[in-house]
Design a protein around this ligand. Structure first.
Ligand SMILES: NC(=O)C1=CN([C@@H]2O[C@H](COP(=O)(O)OP(=O)(O)OC[C@H]3O[C@@H](n4cnc5c(N)ncnc54)[C@H](OP(=O)(O)O)[C@@H]3O)[C@@H](O)[C@H]2O)C=CC1
Ligand SMILES: Nc1nc2c(ncn2[C@@H]2O[C@H](COP(=O)(O)O)[C@@H](O)[C@H]2O)c(=O)[nH]1
Length: 325
């Protein structure tokens, strides 16, 4: 198996089929809805809050609300009152299953539920999927996080409608240092490995450092790409603003950091400062333009055309050209 990551793969251009990049369409269907881009801000407390979620939903983007110190039922009801779809996160504990029960009993429901735990290849996730499917059968269930084909196969067989791949590639992740496990450093080839067996959509989660990494994720099998650090640090981002030597930053911390947990227990995340970088709308516009360019370099018009391109691995033992034949 080739081992590579975002920073040592490049996609190879194919003959252009458009006269303008405006003809390239980066939209994607996911879970029965069409979204403007195949990207979703990470369900982390310093990346998304209620106003950001509502703005994304109202403007045709996918969002996943986080699940920390939040009443997901109140959140879901408020989105419904605004005529917006509901996309929440769930853990696997008794209190998380009780939230599902309340969503069902109070008739609020949910359109997307992301089961989001550190080691998602677990019986607790199977039980949670089964619980959601029994109580809210219409909900589109995303389960993770995982990093192997065996896990993707199990989650799909347990009823997940999509799986989320990425253990430890995140910018504020310290899982590989603390545990010795994960896909950090080879996330893109882990995605490729998982996508080979997947029969349902995959969300590639973590490790995106440049807009071109979105196209690379799609090339290697992602239907959707979850991004934390590139979405943290915007004017609307919920992280606290911090001034250092006259420059403004926003804090970005891991969901498994002591900053998020409120205690130093099973810590697998850290806190960093992201320079403040304008509005979310500006970044999403630039992502759209860059993805339109990516599609044009792929010789295509649609996002799915990215899947057809060849690629090269730069440097190292796996270096070489990889042709689709
Ligand atoms: N993508 C990634 O690489 C990672 C992401 N995270 C994020 O951090 C947040 C908190 O995650 P998490 O602590 O799982 O969520 P929770 O605190 O909700 O814990 C979920 C449940 O899974 C158990 N659990 C957690 N890790 C393991 C493990 N390695 N083996 C067996 N059981 C486990 C916990 O029990 P107990 O605590 O008693 O073990 C708990 O019962 C989530 O948003 C998650 O996505 C965290 C780490 C890695
Ligand atoms: N190992 C950990 N991973 C975490 C933690 N909090 C979030 N995450 C994951 O990171 C991505 C975002 O990655 P980025 O490279 O785009 O910044 C996020 O979606 C989670 O999967 C954590 O505390 N530890």
């Amino acid at each position: 198996m080739d081992i590579f990551d975002y920073d040592n793969v490049l996609l190879l251009p194919r003959r252009c089929r458009v006269d303008s990049r405006a003809e390239c369409d980066p939209s994607v269907e996911f879970g029965g809805r069409c979204f403007q881009l195949p990207v979703v801000p990470a369900n982390m407390r310093t990346v998304v809050d209620e106003p950001v979620a509502a703005w994304l939903a109202a403007n045709g983007y996918f969002y996943v609300m986080h699940r920390f110190d939040l009443d997901s039922v109140v959140f879901a009801r408020s989105m419904r009152e605004q005529g917006l779809y509901v996309s929440i996160s769930s853990g696997v504990k008794a209190q998380d299953l009780a939230v599902i029960d309340r969503l069902a009993a109070e008739g609020v429901g949910a359109d997307y539920i992301t089961i989001d735990i550190a080691h998602g290849h677990a019986d607790s996730v199977r039980r949670t999927i089964e619980h959601i499917k029994a109580k809210l059968p219409q909900a589109f269930v995303i389960a993770g996080n995982v990093g192997t084909p065996e896990a993707v196969i199990d989650l799909e067989n347990w009823g997940a409608d999509a799986t989320k791949v990425g253990i430890g590639p995140g910018k504020v992740c310290i899982t590989r240092l603390k545990t010795g496990f994960g896909t950090g450093g080879w996330q893109l080839s882990a995605l490729k490995w998982c996508a080979r067996v997947a029969t349902k959509p995959i969300i590639a989660d973590g490790g995106i450092r440049h807009h071109g990494d979105i196209a690379k994720s799609v090339r290697f099998g992602a239907a959707m790409v979850m991004i934390g650090s590139l979405f943290a640090g915007h004017e609307e981002s919920p992280g606290r603003t911090v001034e250092v030597d006259g420059q403004l930053f926003k804090e970005y911390y891991g969901s498994a950091s002591d900053f998020n947990k409120g205690e130093y227990k099973h810590v697998e995340g850290k806190r960093i400062l992201e320079p403040i970088k304008g509005t979310l709308a500006e970044t999403l516009r630039e992502m759209r333009e860059d993805l339109q360019s990516s599609i044009s370099y792929a010789g295509g018009r649609l996002l799915s055309d990215l899947r057809r391109v060849n690629y090269v691995i730069l440097g190292g033992e796996n270096a070489g050209e990889h042709l689709l034949m």
